[in-house]
Design a protein around this ligand. Structure first.
Ligand SMILES: [Zn+2]
Length: 122
């Protein structure tokens, strides 16, 4: 993700733990998922109590948004949080990572791919 967007996300949503080593390379996905990641930050900030949970990494894997979280208490878990994380992951499957356009989960990029970004990850 571009440095300006990353800086905005880290500053606006401290729930993203920028000091964690998994964030040493920033948000490891492309700008098309910015709205998803921002929505995640906002949603978790509204849902989670301070220090209950931190997001320690954001990355793309097999076409989906992987959200790594760390709970303050290892024994604590919350089905509500699990379903929130699942919903944002699902949303990423339907969103082109490069440009943010709608796509099918079976497509790696949107239909505009050939016109807009013929070489994924260039
Ligand atoms: Zn696209």
């Amino acid at each position: 993700m571009t440095p300006e967007k990353e800086e905005y996300l880290f500053k606006t949503y401290p729930i993203f733990d920028r000091n964690h080593e998994r964030f040493s390379t920033g948000f490891d996905c492309e700008d098309g998922w910015f709205n998803i990641v921002e929505g995640l930050g906002r949603r978790l900030t509204l849902t989670v109590k301070v220090n209950e949970l931190k997001v320690i990494g954001i990355r793309e894997k097999f076409g989906g948004l992987v959200i790594d979280v760390e709970y303050h208490d290892d024994n604590w878990s919350d089905q509500n949080i699990d379903s929130i994380l699942r919903a944002f992951y699902d949303s990423s499957l339907y969103t082109c990572e490069r440009c943010g356009a709608d796509k099918k989960p079976t497509e790696s990029h949107c239909k505009l791919m050939n016109a807009l970004h013929p070489n994924p990850r260039d």
